[in-house]
Write a protein that binds this ligand. Structure first.
Ligand SMILES: [Zn+2]
Length: 104
């Protein structure tokens, strides 16, 4: 898939941020700004709407928010998300296959 851009901070997100496992409809969180996103059929990223977020199962919502908090904390402490322990852990939980319903 082509690299996708965060719709919020415009950072180009690569496979290192989980995009390589993505399918249209997969959810993602920007590791740089914590934006909650979903992949579109052309693999661009769009912000997850409030209604879409509310419709998700609770454990997935919690995982998304945990990642969002961790990535924002890393950003605020000016630590790169891949160097921040809490952010790395949150990302690993986020990449758990259940979050990517379209992937095998
Ligand atoms: Zn972003």
């Amino acid at each position: 898939m082509p690299p996708a851009q965060c719709p919020d901070c415009w950072t180009t997100l690569t496979g290192a941020t989980g995009a390589s496992q993505a399918r249209p409809g997969s959810l993602s969180v920007c590791v740089y700004c914590g934006c909650l996103m979903k992949f579109m059929p052309d693999y661009s990223l769009e912000r997850l709407s409030k209604a879409e977020f509310a419709a998700l199962p609770q454990d997935i919502r919690e995982r998304l928010l945990e990642a969002q908090r961790a990535f924002r904390a890393a950003r605020d402490s000016k630590t790169h998300p891949t160097k921040d322990k809490a952010a790395t852990k949150a990302l690993a939980r986020l990449l758990y296959p259940r979050l990517f319903p379209g992937s095998k």
